[in-house]
Ligand binder design. Structure first.
Ligand SMILES: C[S@@+](CC[C@H](N)C(=O)[O-])C[C@H]1O[C@@H](n2cnc3c(N)ncnc32)[C@H](O)[C@@H]1O
Length: 202
């Protein structure tokens, strides 16, 4: 019955994914984006140290914590509190990634820095794209200081004229660059993920 109206209801799949995420114990459907990226590029392994930027409500952190296991360390940062329950090896700090410095270093060097950060959207496409580019750039800059050689980076960015510049910056720091738009990204969204694999020696 519902399938009959699918073309007119862009949130049909969104709702299905939200329900699936809740059923699997995750706070947000975003978990499927990280899950797909991880499946495609093998981001995490047991014992890894991971920094998750823009972590609330917490589904990426929960997923990453599961992949790295209890011998790993995860640090989750967000302006907002996380609602997701996390295991003991995951540590949460509420704060602004433009202000935090030493706190971010507590489990460095990291095997992976991941960022799903997004600005509060204003409705003005140009402003939103620029803010997203700035958040992405800050996450990449932090990864350049905190990821160990051979480690990885994932950063969300809104597609815009700045995208080629963002990709080039990733390429300079990482041996391999992938651009991934996971199936779980909403059809009308212009978000995309740049993935840097194998941090070059500084
Ligand atoms: C799409 S949500 C992240 C969802 C998360 N990955 C998950 O799976 O639950 C984007 C987050 O980025 C955070 N954020 C935006 N700007 C930030 C900043 N300057 N410092 C820290 N977090 C920020 C927002 O508060 C928001 O919670």
């Amino acid at each position: 019955m519902a399938r009959k109206h699918r073309g007119k209801r862009p949130y049909f799949d969104v709702d299905a994914r939200t329900l699936a995420a809740k059923k699997a114990g995750y706070a947000a459907r975003s978990v499927f984006k990280l899950e797909e990226i991880d499946r495609r590029v093998e981001l995490f392994k047991q014992g890894d140290h991971v920094l998750d930027l823009g972590a609330a409500p917490g589904s990426w952190s929960a997923y990453a914590a599961k992949q790295i296991g209890q011998t790993g360390k995860l640090l989750a940062i967000d302006l907002e509190p996380l609602t997701q329950a996390l295991p003991a090896w995951a540590h949460v700090v509420e704060g602004d990634i433009y202000e935090l410095d030493e706190t971010l270093q507590q489990f460095a060097p990291y095997d992976a820095v991941v960022s799903d950060m997004a600005p509060n959207t204003t409705g003005d496409k140009i402003i939103d794209q620029l803010r997203s580019f700035h958040l992405f750039s800050r996450a990449l800059e932090l990864s350049s200081q905190l990821v160990k050689p051979g480690g990885h980076f994932v950063g969300k960015i809104f597609m815009s004229g700045e995208f080629p510049e963002a990709r080039e910056r990733v390429r300079k720091l990482y041996g391999k660059v992938r651009t991934i738009r996971p199936a779980a990204v909403r059809a009308m969204s212009y978000e995309i993920f740049l993935v840097g694999l194998g941090r070059r020696e500084p």
